[in-house]
Design a protein around this ligand. Structure first.
Ligand SMILES: [Zn+2]
Length: 245
């Protein structure tokens, strides 16, 4: 999971979403009626998916696990909990079918004050609430919200942990390669390596590596070549649009 920027949607799409919301509100639609309305709104779903795909990391990666292709539009606040949020652009995220149907489903835990206990990567930096141990790929909750985020999205899955650990090895190797290509003046090759690095699955691993550059332990965690490459990335490739394909 990495923080993502949510762009404004087109006026025409917003108008169509608002019309659906008004219709549901006026008819006091329950979750069953709303689900039906959502399923039949094929053009809206297609356009929303296009918008979400363009803001996801890499090649349309799931905004939760970061590994699989995002195939589903997830209602962050589930229709079962709040039918009237079904057509709100801010309530849509791109998820893979596993994260959507097998992990998150209709879960939406809230604290005693009513606030949601799930990190929304389009609204906040997940790493205020969770921490990633790079060599093992394990996430740890730093706050109750972080703990619930790991649990509900299944970020603890062993396959994801193994995938992140291997992604860490791959990132270090590609950063070494990138450094060497730049050093040897092979700018085209260097660009190719960088472009490939930025669209790898598990963007969270590279994101966390770059965040760690300023930590006091960075020179111990990373070898010199990797650290200098990360510093260049931090300065020259800020997060946001660079993560998109
Ligand atoms: Zn996923």
């Amino acid at each position: 999971m990495i923080p993502l920027e949510r762009p404004e949607i087109s006026a025409s799409l917003k108008k169509r979403l608002d019309a659906k919301s008004t219709l549901l509100s006026n008819s006091a639609a329950d979750s069953t009626i709303t689900r039906k309305a959502w399923k039949t709104a094929k053009t809206i779903r297609r356009d929303l998916k296009g918008q979400l795909s363009s803001m996801a990391a890499g090649y349309e990666r799931c905004m939760y696990c970061g590994e699989n292709q995002g195939t589903d539009i997830d209602h962050f606040k589930p229709i079962a909990k709040d039918p009237l949020s079904a057509f709100l652009w801010e309530n849509h995220l791109l998820a893979c079918s596993h994260c959507n149907s097998n992990e998150k489903r209709d879960q939406y835990p809230c604290g005693t004050d009513g606030s949601c206990l799930l990190v929304n990567p389009t609204k906040e930096d997940p790493y205020d609430h969770i921490s990633l141990t790079l060599p093992t790929g394990e996430y740890t909750g730093l706050t109750p919200k972080g703990g619930e985020t790991i649990r509900v999205f299944g970020l603890w899955r062993p396959t994801l942990e193994r995938g992140r650990a291997k992604a860490y090895v791959r990132c270090k190797s590609m950063l070494r390669d990138w450094s060497a290509q730049i050093k040897n003046g092979h700018t085209d090759d260097a660009r190719e390596v960088l472009e490939s690095l930025l669209v790898q699955p598990f963007a969270d691993v590279l994101y966390v590596m770059i965040r760690r550059v300023d930590s006091p332990g960075a020179p111990i965690i990373f070898e010199n070549e990797v650290l200098s490459a990360l510093k260049e990335m931090q300065e020259g490739a800020p997060f946001g649009s660079k993560w998109a394909n």
